[in-house]
Ligand binder design. Sequence first.
Ligand SMILES: [Zn+2]
Length: 201
Amino acid sequence: MFDSDLNRKDVPDPRRRAFLGAAVVALCGAALWSLRKPHPLRTVAAASKPPEQVTIVQFSDAGERLKAVRVAKVVKSEAEWRQQLSGNAFDITRHADTEMAYSGKYWNLHDKGIYRCICCDNALFTSETKFESGTGWPSFWAPIAKENVTETRDRSFGMDRTAVFCTECDAHLGHLFDDGPRPTGLRYCMNSASLRFVIAA
Ligand SMILES: [Zn+2]
């Protein structure tokens, strides 16, 4: 999926190209942009404008699907997010940074439970779809409910990828790839720092 990007004329050194290719495939692309400064994702909505309404599916902490509800998007200022989150979680969720592989707290977690958004508590993933991807990031073959995550084309850093966001608060969660296991063939490559694990009681 990255061929067109890697064949660009401005990357003339084949060794560098090979390195880039390996890094992208093996490391979810993170090695490339983790060295760069986070960049702003979206402009914060004007305070006078009412937040957009979105549909999400609510889940209990035990992982039980409750109901679909219409809610106002969670919109906060940069200062408010910075106050609420750790520096790492702020950079990742609000500025699309990526944690280093094998550095997060959930890539090797196998407990049963659900993963909520670190920013707004929206339910995002369940241990039932978590799998061992070998990437060093927590990986899932499906979200807990398709409504709860939003996918957007991301062409940053010369790559053509799909970025994944929390529907309720626009937190950047990670990226989606099509090399996952059955039954979906999808790999939601997430940042641990974007998530809050709730262990099943
Ligand atoms: Zn959220």
